[in-house]
Each structure stands twice: as C-alpha cells, then as structure tokens.
Write a protein that binds this ligand. Structure first.
Ligand SMILES: O=C(O)[C@@H](CO)OP(=O)(O)O
Length: 380
C-alpha cells in the first residue's frame, strides 16, 4: 500500500455572504474532492495545538505527527534547513511593501523570484555586520541568518497578519537582538530605495535555532517524499529525513506548474511509500481576501491536482488523505486555529458526500487530534 497526503494550504474558510452564506469550498462544489468524500471516510482535525499561533509551520508539523510542543523552534529555522543556510539563529525575512507606517503588502507587491533574489543580494553586500547574512528563498520569502548567538529571541509577528495596520506596534521590542532587527529594518528601507524594487522594506519574523525533528522512516516505517513549492514544507520534510523533490516552474501562487507538481507526485509514489504534496496558491488568494479568486483557485486545484491524480493512480494500492493545514478565511485575510475538514480514501465509506467544512463534521472519523492523522491514515 502507498500513502498520498494532499495538503492544499489554507483551503478551509468561513461562510461568505456574497456566496449565499456558503464557504468558498462549498460554493466551488469541486467534483474530485467530493468524489473523495463520497468514496472515503471524513472527519475534522485540530491542527493547531492549544497555545500556538495558527501558522502553516505548526499546522503542517502537526499533520505529519511532529509535535510542535516538543520540536518547534520557529519558522525561520525550518526554512533555513530547506535552504541549507548555516548559522546560530534564523529569521524568516519577507520583502514587504509599507506606506506611511502601514503594512500594505506582506508579499512586496508579489515581487517575483528574480527581482527578490537581486534585492537579497544587494542587502547582503550592503550589510556592514559580518555576522548577518540574507538568503533568498521563493518569491518574497527569504532568511535573515545570524552567525552569532543572542540570549533572547524577541517576539515577532507574521506580516500577513497585520496587513492594513500601522506596523509600529508590531516591531520587535526588548533586548539587543530586537534593537538590531529594528536597525536592519530601517536600514533596508534605504537600501531597497536605491534599486528598482517593488518591495521597500524587510520584515524578519519567527526566529529561532535549528530544530531536530523525528525521522519519517523511523516513525512510519516508510520512505517518505515531500513535494512543495515553499521552503517551509521542504524544511519540515528535510528535517524529518524525507526526500525533498523540487519541481521546476512552480510559483507558490495560483499560476503555478500544476502539471509538474502532479507528475512529480506520481513519479515519487513509484519509489516511496508515502508522498506529501503541499501547494500554496489557495492560501495566497485567501491572504489577498479575494473570494472569487479563491473559488477559482479551488476549482483549479481540484481539476489539475486531485482530478489529474485520481485519473492516473492505482486506487486499490494507494490510500489518499486530503487535508488543508488550516483555514485562511478570505474575510480575515489570515489564518485561524479552527478545525479543518479531512477525508481518507481507502475503500471504506461513510455517508458524507461532499467535501465541505460542515459536511465533514458528520464524518465517521469525527473530531481528531491532528497529531494522530498519520496514525489514523495508516491504520484504517
Ligand atoms: O509563506 C508565507 O509567508 C505565508 C504567506 O504566503 O505562507 P502561509 O500563509 O502558508 O503561512
């Protein structure tokens, strides 16, 4: 038996008035996800343990059975693992766009890869601290690495959580490292103003030290593969000793290389016992707050990923779990820590016939602790 875990980031949502009080998922009525619900068993899972922020880092670790209470050190360090960046402390570093003290865009006006890469290079060569380095990841995402230890790592905020707000109250405060981060942010405004960049400031967040995760093969007795567009999931995979498979032409947005991602998944299933396919686009349009775009993104994912795979997989030999990591309600434009719907297709059925937030609550698997999902997938 092979195991396929499909994670469409941020798929779950709230009811939206303009959709007749239906969620984007319910309104989209996706044929292939509904097929999975009809042919499988459903439930809802808590992917954010109490006391944690509803980040994709926490939610995806939970889905893969890595308890954030024991192993979480920050998002920056996980992405640094993916990128092979060395150092003592790592912050996720966004290229953002701010105007008159307000966080206008967490994605630096959707800055593309080549422009962002150049911005990180310029930041690197202009920086006067020899213990600070900048590294570009995907699109607006990068890492600020510190090659020297600090006693205290300040509290920081994800920029996608404070869009439209004055950012001053969210700046790192207290201690020498907070002071340094503030200085670098201010300095970055000058550096980025000198090049033609649609981003105009850096925003470091979720810092910490290198993590040690339990190994996938030891935990589940299977060789695992991770396919994702973003360094966060690649880092989770790498830290768990999974094979991380890169797919060319991906954008971590709705215009991504769906075909490449789906084909890589089919190939990986030939050589691995378990494959995780995480995609980012649906979450991004949730952060943009675009209802119609989210409905479209769901339908695109349904056809180009779920439908494409269902047509080509040996369904008797493959167990599939479909689960978003967390809801990203378009109304809020950020994540919430609520339970997410999930389905497992392995030949057993319940009477849920549509994959929606509400319907899955009636599913046979009921409400489950997200940390048990892999165990449930492998045991039913
Ligand atoms: O990578 C990020 O910065 C965010 C937004 O793009 O991703 P997520 O919402 O999945 O945490």
């Amino acid at each position: 038996m092979k195991y396929l875990i499909l994670i469409p980031d941020g798929l779950a949502d709230w009811e939206v008035e303009s959709l007749g009080n239906r969620t984007p998922l319910d309104y989209a009525d996706p044929e292939n996800m509904n097929y999975l619900a009809r042919e499988g068993v459903c439930g809802v899972a808590k992917t954010i343990p109490d006391g944690f922020e509803p980040g994709s880092d926490i939610a995806n670790m939970t889905i893969l059975g890595v308890d954030p209470r024991k192993y979480y050190t920050g998002r920056g360090p996980i992405e640094a693992v993916a990128m092979g960046v060395e150092g003592e402390i790592f912050f996720r570093c966004n290229l953002v766009y701010v105007e008159r003290g307000v966080m206008v865009d967490y994605s630096g006006n959707r800055i593309g890869d080549s422009e962002a890469k150049r911005a990180f290079e310029v930041l690197n060569s202009a920086c006067n601290y020899d213990f600070v380095s900048f590294h570009h990841g995907v699109s607006f995402r990068g890492i600020l690495a510190l090659h020297k230890d600090f006693d205290e790592i300040p509290k920081t905020y994800p920029p996608h959580d404070i869009m439209g707000e004055r950012y001053e109250k969210y700046l790192p405060s207290n201690g020498p490292l907070a002071k340094l981060l503030n200085e670098l942010m201010e300095w970055s405004v000058e550096v980025l103003a000198e090049i033609e960049s649609r981003a105009n400031m850096i925003w470091p967040w979720s810092g910490g030290k290198k993590p040690e995760f339990p190994k996938f093969s030891k935990k589940y007795g299977l060789r695992g593969a991770m396919i994702s567009e973003v360094d966060l999931l690649k880092g989770v995979g790498k830290a768990m000793g999974m094979d991380v498979i890169d797919v060319p032409g991906v954008t971590a947005y709705v215009d991504t290389n769906y075909r490449g991602l789906a084909r890589a998944t089919l190939r990986a299933l030939k050589s691995h016992g378990a494959v995780v396919l995480h995609t980012e686009g649906i979450d991004e349009v949730g952060h943009e707050g675009e209802v119609e775009k989210k409905v479209e993104a769901i339908l695109m994912y349904d056809e180009k990923i779920v439908g494409y795979l269902l047509d080509r997989l040996d369904l008797d030999e493959t167990k599939i779990m479909l689960i978003p990591d967390h809801p990203t309600p378009v109304k809020l434009r950020t994540h919430v820590a609520e339970e997410v719907p999930f389905v497992i297709k392995d030949g057993k059925k319940d009477d849920v016939s549509r994959f929606t937030e509400k319907e899955c609550r009636r599913g046979k698997l009921g409400r489950v602790d997200g940390l048990r999902l892999m165990e449930i997938l492998m045991s039913i």
